[in-house]
Design a protein around this ligand. Structure first.
Ligand SMILES: C[SH](C)CC(=O)O
Length: 267
């Protein structure tokens, strides 16, 4: 039946991303909670994972990846999430904007802007697709800003223009965070800020923010995915709240695969 072959077909491997990410920790928990002791989670990066996904789909081969929404892969390919009856990946989540504890005092103007930043999975998806389609990260951000002046003006309400103050943003190279961080950076630049972007691993991003080597991130997946990092550094960080609602994490497969639940991986 469909169960006994799936493990053999994918060499009992789930194709994952960077080991410090929350989705990889959650997937380790999936292995334990669903009794998948003969399975392994292959770490890599978002780009190695999407390259493996592309290759598998081109050859109509089975593959199981760690996936999340929003992500351009759902526009490019016919994919589905495996049901997670034990709820290990948690419910739909949100992405939060988090600043270093001292930043609000250091720059209340930029803090007000960061606090007002919020947008939808559709907004983020447009920027991700433009980048996937070949636009540079900055061009994609600028194009979105140009086409969404009303939303951007809401973010800028009560925020003053400045002359050359610096804001340091950290992020991890996940398509979702590349999109959001570049849009925020471009609007801050329109406001007269010099913006430094620092691309780090997930753990380094939270550590750098806590240390103050970076001022802000728009990349905290909460309440569960990044809970460990937020708890580890909580007295050094200020959570400004949600900037995007309606994210999802889980195991994702091409729709041509017969399995529908994580339970189906158990031979
Ligand atoms: C890969 S998701 C954007 C975030 C995470 O899993 O840490």
């Amino acid at each position: 039946d469909k169960n006994e072959f799936i493990g053999d077909k994918v060499n009992h491997t789930i194709t994952g991303i960077d080991p410090g990410s929350g989705i990889m920790k959650a997937t380790d928990q999936v292995i334990k909670d669903y009794g998948l002791s003969d399975w392994k989670v292959q770490s890599g990066s978002e780009s190695t994972m999407t390259a493996s996904l592309d290759k598998a789909i081109k050859n109509k081969k089975p593959i199981i990846i760690t996936g999340w929404t929003p992500h351009w892969m759902f526009s490019k390919y016919d994919l589905k999430y495996l049901e997670d009856p034990k709820g290990v990946y948690g419910k739909d989540e949100e992405i939060h904007t988090v600043i270093n504890k001292n930043f609000a005092k250091k720059d209340p103007n930029a803090t007000k802007f960061l606090d007002q930043f919020n947008w939808s999975p559709d907004d983020m998806g447009k920027v991700m697709l433009d980048i996937q389609g070949g636009k540079s990260e900055q061009e994609a951000a600028k194009a979105w800003i140009k086409a969404n002046q009303d939303k951007v003006n809401q973010w800028k309400k009560g925020v003053n223009k400045v002359n050359g103050k610096t804001v340091k943003l950290a992020y991890v190279s996940w398509a979702s965070e590349i999109a959001s961080t570049n849009v925020v950076a471009e609007v801050l630049r329109d406001l007269g800020y010099n913006v430094n972007l620092e691309q780090l691993g997930a753990g380094q991003m939270f550590a750098g923010l806590a240390k103050g080597s970076d001022d802000a991130i728009v990349a905290a997946w909460l309440p569960s995915t990044h809970a460990d990092y937020m708890n580890q550094f909580n007295n050094k960080l200020t959570d400004l709240g949600t900037n995007l609602k309606g994210t999802k994490l889980g195991l994702v497969v091409p729709k041509y695969m017969k399995i529908n639940s994580i339970e189906d991986l158990k031979t």
